[in-house]
Design a protein around this ligand. Structure first.
Ligand code: FES
Length: 180
């Protein structure tokens, strides 16, 4: 009898956000974090899913506070976060502002078949709605050699490149670079 999960310990992890998985776009259930010992999947609390999915971008350094638990039947260890905060705010603020950012959107067969056109129009609409269209150059590219994760795009802002990110996340990232 008793709880299926036994709490193991309190965790404070720092690492690079690799991306979000599970749930639905805009409300992902898990994030993947690269830490020195490998990659870990961390469950997000319901109340933070929407805000974290739109405010964090893959490649960002973050700090995760949470608990690790072990499933008493399977012995699998799970980590659940209760707080996630970005830790690379200062370096970004110190970067010289770039006059223009560039988004390279793949418009080749593999990506077009998997929503590349829709992705492009959603991107243009999102940037237009948020007044960012004139701050960025959108280029159509040929195959970016990662068709399995189509539709693909690369955002280049300053010296940083971000791959495979949602239009809303692109807009948030541009705002953080261009309005500070
Ligand atoms: S077709 Fe877009 S990455 Fe290959």
């Amino acid at each position: 009898m008793g709880d299926k999960y036994l709490t193991l310990s309190e965790l404070n992890l720092e690492g690079q956000l690799l991306g979000f998985v599970g749930g639905e776009p805009g409300k992902y259930k898990y994030l993947e974090l690269a830490v020195p010992s490998g990659n870990v999947e961390i469950k997000l609390p319901k109340e933070l899913r929407r805000s974290l999915s739109s405010s964090l971008v893959p490649g960002q350094q973050i700090r995760v506070c949470g608990h690790s638990k072990v499933d008493s039947r399977t012995s699998k260890i799970k980590i659940k976060a209760y707080r996630v905060t970005p830790i690379d705010v200062c370096p970004i603020q110190n970067l010289p502002l770039q006059p223009k950012a560039k988004i390279m959107v793949c418009q080749k067969g593999g990506c077009l078949k998997r929503g590349g056109k829709g992705f492009l129009s959603e991107l243009e609409k999102t940037l237009g709605d948020r007044g960012l269209l004139d701050k960025v150059t959108i280029e159509h590219t040929s195959c970016q050699k990662c068709c399995s994760s189509a539709p693909n795009c690369v955002l280049e802002v300053g010296k940083k490149k971000y791959k495979n990110i949602h239009p809303e996340a692109i807009a948030s990232l541009l705002e953080s670079h261009l309005t500070e």
